[in-house]
Design a protein. Structure first.
Length: 107
């Protein structure tokens, strides 16, 4: 995450992913709009309710101010009894081919 966002692990530990790490106001990694913030919340909620997440386009501003476009995949985290206790989030930089496909998909 440090290479991608510019934030060290120690700086984001014990922060809420939704709002403090990724958000629109005083967040480490700012999202470009309220709509992007709402979409992130929807993806996280889907994972918490057990729905399978596909890779979704996700953009944010890194510490340097550079806008990063990537793919986000969120999976539920289960305890030993099968109850959802959280989520795992994976960010992947899209290849040029994936970026083109995402661009076409958005049009």
């Amino acid at each position: 995450m440090t290479k991608l966002t510019g934030w060290k692990r120690e700086e984001v530990m014990d922060k809420m992913l939704f709002g403090e790490v990724f958000g629109i106001n005083k967040a480490c990694c700012r999202l470009k709009s309220q709509e992007a913030f709402v979409n992130l919340g929807v993806v996280l909620n889907h994972a918490m309710t057990g729905q399978v997440s596909e890779k979704v386009p996700f953009g944010f501003c890194a510490r340097s101010g550079k806008h990063i476009e990537c793919l986000l995949c969120v999976s539920k985290k289960l305890d030993s009894e099968g109850s959802v206790t959280g989520v795992f989030c994976f960010l992947q930089l899209a290849s040029p081919e994936q970026q083109e496909a995402l661009h076409v998909q958005r049009l």
